[in-house]
Design a protein around this ligand. Sequence first.
Ligand SMILES: Cc1cc2nc3c(=O)[nH]c(=O)nc-3n(C[C@H](O)[C@H](O)[C@H](O)COP(=O)(O)OP(=O)(O)OC[C@H]3O[C@@H](n4cnc5c(N)ncnc54)[C@H](O)[C@@H]3O)c2cc1C
Length: 389
Amino acid sequence: MVDMLEKVNGLHFGLTDEQLMLQKMARDFTAREIIPVAAEYDEHAKFPRDIFEKLREIGLVNMNIPEEYGGLGASLLDECIVAEELGYGCTGISTSASTNGLGDLPIVIAGSDAQKQYWLGERLVDKGELVSYCVTEPAAGSNVVGMETRAEKRNGSYLINGTKTFITNASYANFFTVFAKTDAAAGHRGISAFVVDRNTPGITISKKFDKLGQRASDTAQITFENVEVPAENLLGKEGQGFLIAMKVFDYSRPAVGAAAVGLLRRAMDESIKYAKERETFGVKIYHHQAVGHKIAQMAMDYEAARLMVWQSAWIVEAGRPDARLSAAAKAFAADRAMAAAIEAVQVFGGYGYMKEYPVEKLMRDVKIFQIYEGTSEILRNIVVRELFK
Ligand SMILES: Cc1cc2nc3c(=O)[nH]c(=O)nc-3n(C[C@H](O)[C@H](O)[C@H](O)COP(=O)(O)OP(=O)(O)OC[C@H]3O[C@@H](n4cnc5c(N)ncnc54)[C@H](O)[C@@H]3O)c2cc1C
């Protein structure tokens, strides 16, 4: 495959042998462990702890932890390759697993050596714990700077008060990366990032949400009431939280986009399979141009979205993280995956609306890609901001 794709007009589109092996491993895992159970986990909103453990055993959780802390030290492109394969099977399950790689990013990006040794090495690699990423609040989602959670310095520790909502894996996480204001008057320069152990007194999981899609993933609200966090749990310096959160997005958006690409590919594959079987007016339905064109559009979108996602991941690895490319890739992948899932249901006709076929779940699961990790509107705002800078 690498040979076939190599060197098109001086650009290299091939994956390395290691990446092809990684892709195959994730694809086989998805076929064996995720696709057969996805509908059941969705129906019962069952948290996929067992699948998480199996993914951890083969190294597909927290792939971004550097080797010196016991991790795989995988590239962001490697992560995207895996995210696409797992997303193909079930984005509820893949979100549950990939959230550990989101929650650890503030530590990977801004943690001291000692913080990395402990939280990444001991807690995540050795103990296999879960971590959630906590930015969003009931009154502040897109507007991160509007957050109201406070971290007040008191005698060598910080007292955290506030509520974080829509937090993935919160009911199961062993610790949290939390953003809070240490200086309420300083705007984005007043936000700081902390690691907070779940067992700290004052933490309550105050609400567990019932969702339209990605039902295997857990989404809950966390209340922090006079939660005392040691000063050594501050990531970076006071006031650097906003910068850390923005850097996290450069890394996390390509991987989230990749999961949407996986869902898009699934919508396309299911549509092709069905359109080859179903006959109306004496022909297989793909012979009706209206149906064929829908699937052609999915195929075009798949290639374009995957290229954008891979490019945005590659440029991060090249040491030039680009907020515009990360935002554009995630928004494009999410929007095209959304369109593909809707059209897949249409290709299936009435059967597409029924739970006995997989496309109705795709249509429910896909919507969140236009909302979390930056809504499609906010991501366009970023593209505009960068273009007119
Ligand atoms: C299932 C799920 C899992 C999540 N997981 C996490 C998680 O693990 N950690 C975490 O911190 N957060 C998480 N989130 C939160 C998610 O990132 C936010 O929901 C998202 O950022 C949008 O914020 P909001 O819901 O407050 O919407 P709002 O910010 O209130 O936006 C409402 C609408 O207004 C639009 N809008 C707002 N401002 C603008 C603007 N300036 N220009 C144009 N349009 C605008 C938005 O695009 C949207 O359509 C999750 C959310 C869900 C639903």
